[in-house]
Design a protein around this ligand. Structure first.
Ligand code: NAP
Length: 285
């Protein structure tokens, strides 16, 4: 079974559009996302454009701020604080990575947790660890939404997560192992000995390491569910994931393609989080 993130994300956008349309009048306005891009990184420009397009499709307004790479740290933090104080803005997206010379962590943590629609502030990451409500990081939330859409339960299953970043590996490992999902999770990294043997035990593999076609068929138990988070350029110049798709797909019970898998799901969760932040501010009373 191919887990189609593109179609699922389109369905999520359509449902959000309906939800926003229904409650827009009561809220007084549509949800609004501030998009902050610092510097001129071409890949970031593409990502930001895609996110803005997806917002428009769901009926979410965006306000774009393009800042020079030379912007001083303090000024960027103050600018984020001004967006926190702006009642017309529900969510703040600070496109990463920041240009060299800017320290990401204080900039991320300058975002109010209630407007942190990427779920990357220390507060929202802590909420993941404690499994209490909060805005969840988009890629892990997108993975869980896709599993849910296909009726795949991980409860009681052995899950292996390859990668331990704050963006993907660590939060998805915590979420899969939470009381809500009940998988038994092993979180692997570059110092894990005999990773292939660890993977062969897994009922579910989440590959989030950023190495083209790293997970090969001999590392996969027949029938395993394979979630490929990686976005890489292979030696052939083609876009590919962290999984050797052509050889792994025939033995997996379910697998996400690259592109068209977790990428669009990640963007859809940004929209879900922005709508949640809007609802919490304007409709929760
Ligand atoms: P990252 O911050 O570079 O983290 C990579 C993780 O993989 C690290 O924990 C690293 O271990 C581990 N790792 C690296 N080489 C390994 C190896 N040979 N064996 C085992 N573990 C290894 O990357 P990230 O931000 O999590 O992103 C991972 C991938 O997902 C990238 O390709 C990125 O482009 C992609 N991504 C996609 C989406 C999407 O929307 N689809 C979203 C976010 C990221 P150490 O901790 O020991 O260094």
């Amino acid at each position: 079974m191919i887990l189609d993130g593109k179609t699922t994300a389109a369905d999520i956008r359509a449902a959000l559009r309906e939800e926003i349309e229904k409650d827009r009048e009561k809220a007084g306005r549509a949800p609004c996302l501030a998009v902050v891009l610092v510097g001129e990184d071409p890949a970031s420009q593409v990502y930001v454009r895609n996110k803005e397009k997806a917002c428009a499709d769901a009926g979410i307004e965006t306000v774009s701020y393009r800042k020079p790479a030379s912007m001083p740290q303090k000024e960027l933090e103050e600018f984020i604080a001004s967006l926190n104080a702006d009642s017309a803005i529900d969510g703040i997206l600070l496109q990463l990575p920041l240009p060299e010379g800017l320290d990401e962590r204080p900039c991320i943590d300058a975002i109010s947790p209630e407007k942190d629609v990427d779920g990357l502030t220390a507060v929202n990451q802590g909420r993941v660890a404690m499994n209490v409500p909060g805005l969840r990081p988009c890629t892990p939330a997108g993975i869980l939404a896709l599993l849910d859409r296909y009726g795949i339960s991980v409860s009681g299953k052995k899950a292996v997560v390859i990668g331990r970043s704050n963006l993907v590996g660590r939060p998805i490992a915590l979420m899969l192992g939470s009381r809500d999902y009940n998988a038994t999770v092993t979180m692997c990294h570059s110092r894990t000995p005999d990773l292939a043997a660890v993977c062969r035990e897994a009922d579910v593999i989440v590959a989030a390491l950023g190495k083209p076609r790293f997970v090969t068929a001999d590392m996969v138990k027949p029938g395993a569910v394979i979630i490929d988070v990686g976005i890489n350029r292979g030696e052939d110049g083609k876009l590919c994931g962290d999984v050797d798709y052509d050889n792994v797909a025939p033995i997996a019970s379910a697998i996400t393609p690259v592109p068209g898998g977790i990428g669009p799901m990640t963007i859809s969760q940004l929209l879900v989080n922005t709508t949640k932040a809007w609802r919490a501010k304007l409709l929760s009373a």
